[in-house]
Write a protein that binds this ligand. Structure first.
Ligand SMILES: NC(=O)c1ccc[n+]([C@@H]2O[C@H](COP(=O)([O-])OP(=O)(O)OC[C@H]3O[C@@H](n4cnc5c(N)ncnc54)[C@H](O)[C@@H]3O)[C@@H](O)[C@H]2O)c1
Length: 288
């Protein structure tokens, strides 16, 4: 018997996280199929980005897109839970379910990778390594919990997975690996750096459209597993208030993520430029 739409929706509510059964978000419209924005000069439609359109001082949101947080929370900090930071934390706590005393390798030390490092440290991972082509990231990575950092550029033609496996605590790879770069070659390294027999590789980075990943099936035959995450497996409505509360209690440090600040919606493009600069983790735009 075919499952009814309502039953499927209910099952997804219980099991899944961020993808509502018939999501209009990918189309840039509200659940009723319309956009609530038009361009003043010619009346043409402007679409909603990810159901929010946050690059505006006022917006219309679907009721399901709203999470109520403690009114005393700093909005500058709480906004960090809108995507990348929550994703990194959830990838560790919800998707991979990293266990105490595990070894963890994190590829890509941007805001998402740093959140992965923090979350792994918080659950008591015993050995955490960070990998990035930008060595300026290493100081902060070590403050947050990385024991060792590697720059692939220091290892010539030797694939990073080889370097990592050789230097892993057992000599057979890492219990958990995370790709936080979105680069499909790095994803391969992350999978192949996972421990023979039980290593788990979590793909967090979003690859460019059309890109494919490659590896030898033997990597799976010999016990590695690979999976991805969307928004760290959180349900936004419950998770964002909970993460905000934890942040307010000092249980999740976030100040270090805000490296740039801008004022007014007109500076949004400056914030995007900052994000591309390589030294920005998160740019917060204050709407006056
Ligand atoms: N799955 C999800 O739900 C989700 C949510 C948010 C972000 N993301 C994705 O996570 C990824 C990371 O986001 P971010 O904001 O931290 O990005 P970022 O650009 O700030 O960080 C990426 C880091 O990877 C490093 N890097 C790039 N190429 C590398 C390579 N070949 N080897 C090692 N390191 C390399 C960069 O130097 C940088 O430090 C992006 O792909 C983003 O789209 C996914």
């Amino acid at each position: 018997m075919a499952a009814s739409r309502a039953a499927l929706s209910c099952a997804l509510e219980q099991r899944a996280t961020v993808v509502p059964p018939s999501s209009p978000r990918g189309k840039g419209v509200m659940p009723d199929g319309t956009s609530r924005f038009t361009l003043a000069k010619d009346g043409s439609t402007v679409y909603h980005f990810m159901g929010c359109s946050t690059f505006a001082e006022y917006t219309v949101l679907a009721e399901i897109s709203i999470a109520k947080i403690d009114p005393a929370a700093s909005l500058e900090k709480a906004c960090l839970f809108g995507c990348g930071i929550s994703t990194g934390l959830g990838a560790v706590w919800n998707n991979a379910k990293v266990e105490p005393f595990s070894s963890v390798a994190v590829f890509g030390l941007g805001a998402v990778g740093f959140a992965v490092v923090q979350a792994a440290k918080a659950v008591g991972a015993s050995h955490i390594v960070g990998i990035d082509v930008n060595p300026n990231k290493f100081e902060m990575a070590k403050k947050l919990g990385c024991d060792v950092c590697y720059n692939p550029k220091d290892h010539g033609d030797e694939p990073m997975q080889q370097v990592l496996v050789k230097n892993s605590p057992t000599g057979f790879g890492f219990d958990y690996t995370f790709d936080c770069t979105g680069n499909v070659n790095v994803m391969r390294s992350a999978l192949e750096a996972a421990h023979r027999g039980w290593g788990q590789c979590c793909l967090v980075g979003v690859a460019a459209a059309g890109k494919e990943i490659a590896t030898r099936p033997f990597q799976f035959i010999t016990g590695r597993r690979c999976f991805g995450t969307a928004f760290g497996g959180w349900k936004t409505r419950d998770a964002i208030p909970m993460l905000t509360d934890k942040m307010m209690k000092g249980e999740i440090a976030v100040d270090h993520f805000i490296t740039h600040r801008f004022n007014g919606v007109g500076e949004t493009t400056k914030a995007i430029d900052a994000l591309h600069s390589g030294d920005c983790l998160r740019a917060v735009v204050h709407y006056c």
